[in-house]
Ligand binder design. Structure first.
Ligand SMILES: [Zn+2]
Length: 245
């Protein structure tokens, strides 16, 4: 049977060219859900915020009927996560992430900004989905397939392949600018880092570090020691740039 679709804003990125930014006819199986129909056009359901059928708001389980007129809107560009849940089963109270295996650099950036971020280069898709569900984490990925899985409730498809641009995307998409806490999380293991007395770590420091720095932090999980060296200064500059963009 025939229905009509119109997709708005960045949802068009997922569509084949002839369907972008126009109202178009589409053939679907009788009784298919609006969610299945949307995903069959290449759009992960996690990207969708609002669906109108014949001008009424419906959820993903709505069964399409002949000649339905469907309008689909994406999440708003910059949102407070608590307000984007029109189609989500539950809101996430605390922003936590799990990243797919290709996003190692992004995981380091997110941790550096203090965001709880699980990343391992050996997790497969079902493991990522399970951890996301159990720990209420948002999946960040460049792989659309994982976001189409039914168990996924919170996910975001990164548009860019560049890790710094990805970071910018995530900060904007989840409105994280005010939630940045630099130097609170270990970039290696995601543990929490705390200020530690120089005398406690002094035996582990290189002579130059011992000489030049007095303020130290240590990871409570892997014991890695941090100090506010040149890398920290560079990162501060990078963050400042992000914040004014
Ligand atoms: Zn650590």
């Amino acid at each position: 049977m025939q229905v009509t679709f119109r997709f708005y804003e960045e949802l068009n990125d997922f569509l084949s060219k002839q369907y972008r930014k126009v109202r178009f006819q589409h053939t679907v199986a009788t009784n298919s859900s609006v969610k299945d129909a949307i995903e069959s056009l290449g759009i992960p359901h996690t990207e969708v915020d609002l669906i109108l059928v014949n001008a009424n708001s419906v959820d993903f389980s709505y069964n399409l009927k002949k000649d339905d007129d469907i309008t689909v809107y994406p999440k708003f560009e910059s949102i407070d996560i608590s307000s984007l849940t029109r189609l989500r089963p539950f809101p996430l109270r605390e922003i936590k992430f799990i990243l797919d295996v290709h996003l190692g650099k992004l995981s380091k950036y997110l941790r550096l900004l203090g965001f709880d971020t699980i990343y391992k280069n050996n997790l497969d898709d079902p493991e990522i989905i399970d951890v996301a569900k159990n720990e209420k984490r948002i999946i960040l990925t460049r792989d659309l397939g994982i976001l189409k899985h039914n168990k996924v409730t919170h996910g975001y498809w990164l548009h860019s392949q560049d890790s710094k641009k990805q970071l910018k995307e995530v900060i904007q998409r989840f409105d994280l600018k005010d939630k940045i806490k630099l130097f609170t999380r270990c970039i290696v293991c995601n543990g929490e880092i705390n200020i530690v007395e120089k005398s406690i770590v002094i035996s582990k420091l290189l002579p130059k570090t011992k000489e030049n720095y007095n303020k130290f932090y240590q990871c409570n999980k892997c014991d890695k020691i941090y100090w506010e060296g040149s890398h920290y200064q560079n990162m501060l500059l990078f963050i400042k740039k992000l914040a004014i963009q």
